[in-house]
Design a protein around this ligand. Structure first.
Ligand code: SF4
Length: 277
């Protein structure tokens, strides 16, 4: 008689308790607001990058978008399409929860490197005309795509084109703003801003409690910035500082009185200036 082979039951597989899923960074909404902003009133902020990461060509040491990957210019997800942005804005503007003074291209990413930046700007200006909107279109940029003529032309059609200038020496610029994706010199950065018809400048100040070489609140840098403002002749300069935050272990904000004193020196050059502590 043939022996029946008795199949042994397969040993029960040990199941490991599932590891707790890694907490996902909260998604940044495509459009935030209307929010009250320090500088621009009630604003809708358009985040043009790869949410929840930022998508920026710089990596400033004081950047508030902490959840950005190290190499911030690498897109891990596709950037939002301009038609999607325009459709969402049209909806929000048709029945806003409160009056909107400004639409701001900026947020967590560098707007000018969005592949449809020029088309988006055009679409927004058309949308304003169609809706009879009174809001101003602002762009807050590090200016790193201003070497592209199409981008520059779009920037010139924006009501308020704010470009970042924090550092007056190339060394500090490279160390503090960390222009990683499209490494440029400070001189090239300034040359590109000069090509705009009516640039506005925003400068963020900080002190460094541990490394005095890595701060822009120093007599030399302040003097250098005054020279730069004189050269660029912006219609207005906004001076800001960091908000006190545990995010920055070594970086410190600048007191309002000190910012005001520096603003007076800017004003003495005949340039409009505002302080936002
Ligand atoms: S330019 Fe703005 S978004 Fe880019 S790293 Fe600097 S602070 Fe952050």
């Amino acid at each position: 008689m043939k022996k029946k082979s008795i199949q042994k039951p397969a040993p029960a597989r040990k199941t490991r308790p599932a590891r707790a899923a890694k907490a996902e960074a909260p998604a940044t909404p495509l459009i935030a607001g209307p929010l009250h902003t320090r500088r621009l009133g009630s604003a809708l902020i358009v985040h043009l990058g790869t949410r929840p990461d930022k998508h920026c060509t710089w990596n400033c040491i004081y950047c508030q978008w902490k959840n950005a990957p190290k190499s911030t210019h690498e897109r891990r997800q596709p950037v939002p399409d301009k038609d999607e942005i325009l459709a969402q804005l049209a909806d929000l503007l048709a029945k806003p929860r409160k009056p909107v003074d400004a639409i701001v291209l900026g947020g967590s990413s560098e707007p000018t490197v969005h592949p449809q930046f020029a088309e988006l700007v055009e679409g927004l200006l058309q949308l304003r005309k169609k809706l009879g909107g009174k809001w101003l279109l602002h762009c807050i940029s590090n200016g790193s795509a201003l070497d592209r003529e199409k981008v520059r032309r779009a920037c010139d059609s924006i009501d308020r084109m704010w470009v970042k200038v924090d550092c007056a020496t190339n060394e500090l610029f490279r160390k503090a703003n960390l222009p990683a994706a499209r490494p440029i010199s400070l001189e090239k950065h300034l040359n590109q801003i000069e090509k705009l018809k009516s640039p506005l400048i925003q400068t963020t100040f900080w002190r460094n409690a541990k490394d005095s070489e890595l701060q822009n609140w120093s007599p030399e840098n302040l003097l250098g910035l005054l020279n730069i403002y004189e050269r660029l002749k912006p219609a207005c300069v906004h001076l800001t500082t960091l908000r006190p935050s545990s995010m920055f272990s070594k970086l410190r904000p600048i007191h309002y009185e000190n910012l005001e004193a520096f603003a007076q020196r800017v004003s003495d050059l005949g340039i409009d200036v505002e302080v936002f502590p």
